[in-house]
Design a protein around this ligand. Sequence first.
Ligand code: ADP
Length: 513
Amino acid sequence: MIHEQVIIGIDIGTTSTKAVVFGECGRVLASYAVDYPIIQPHPGFAEQDPEELFAAVIQAVGAVTIRHRIRPEQVKAIGLSAAMHSIMALDESGRPLTRLLIWADNRSVAQAERLLKENDGLDIYRRTGTPIHPMSPLPKLLWLKEKQPDVFRQARWFVSVKDYVLYRLYGDYIADHSLASATGLFRLDTLDWDEDVLSFLGISRERLPRLVPATYVLQGMKKEWADKMGVSADVPVVIGASDGVLANIGVGAVLPGEAAITIGTSGAVRTIAAAPTTDEKGRTFCYALTPGYWVVGGPTNNGGILLRWLRDEFGAQEREVAKKLGIDPYDLLTKYAERVAPGAEGLVFLPFLSGERAPYWNANARGTFFGLGLHHRREHLIRAVMEGVCFSIVSVALAIRDVTGPMTEIRVSGGFAKSPFWRQMLSDMLGKPLIVPQTHEASALGAAAVALHALGELPSLEMVKTWMDTTARHEPKEEHTLIYAELFDLYSRLYERLKEEFDIIAAFQRQGG
Ligand code: ADP
């Protein structure tokens, strides 16, 4: 049973919605997650049922308040976080006309390519901060207009997952600046919908939610839902931001120049900027955080999923040994890699097994081992793959540095951070110290912090840093940094030289070759 005053952070993610109960100083007191599937009606499509996601929000909060007997008057506020880039159409009475199209949906590849080539996509990116890519709502809306014109015409509203949940809770159509800034329809300089993009799409601003900052407070929730969640209808609900930018706050990277690197299944580098900043070459994104703060960063497709691929496809032996020893197969794989020197005795790996987003934004890029010799054993390949993941992170970090200047502090998180060896490798490659904060549910914590800030109870988001311990710190080893600098140049050159060949092999694959 929880007796103290709490803040609830709700994180509406891709695989689940989590309700996390925080006490004083961001202490996690309880949490509850409700999972849901991604629906793939056709190859490349990725949809979710909005009803299921809304039900998950109600259920997650309801379960956590009931299980821990949290009374409505104990809940000081609720803060919201949601996955970026989702979009769906609603009719006049707010009924869904489509499922939710999520970031992983690639149906609009052709629309994105056309936007880039024919419609001055780079210019749209510079105004909106969102790279022109099928992940974002702009090409998805164009797809809808072209492929399902009846639905597009009938649609009274186009909303994201969070806008939909808020509509169900409050009957009002509103969107926070942060999620809006990841749609490709929002101008960073005016914090408003981009009239040029809207007229290109043929939609008026009346079909989009009203825009508010992350610190906007809603009250007067429909009683039915408040009762089901076990909270008061008058509990302040702070609209918050997107999961990506809130995760920065949640790991303590909150001031301009401070960066968060996350490597889970995929990876991302994000740094805080004091003003909206985009890249001449279109390599990085820029999304709004809280008033006056922006997040400049880049996502990579190829993070921990590569080690998972090695483990699952080639690691039967390791999996068996690890089982006998009662240890995690990842720990065994990384132990093998540790036996090999930096550079894996002349083996460089380009990790683009799932194409690549930042900094190259090239869906046709593919994985490549370069320099393979008979002297290479499995541990060399494991090490080269781990190094390849770090090279891709470094390439994103360098693009961000070009845009925002040097990073002053770097905090790392995600599944990769479980490995001290992999963290040290990244520190060596970046030539920078890394901090490993003790974090849990970073996006929900970020949402809770913004909620407290909006209520005036947390004067500065910087104070979040004092809420978390540092579990480790890594200093770069200079001799390794020098080796990696040379190999990183080779890595970049290999990418440039192979760019056109990647198109050929990808086309070959698509034709079923
Ligand atoms: P998700 O993106 O699904 O949240 P996680 O943050 O759990 O992913 O990270 C999963 C990835 O983290 C794995 O694919 C693996 O590459 C890496 N990982 C997990 N545990 C370890 C470990 N003990 N050592 C090295 N890497 C690990």
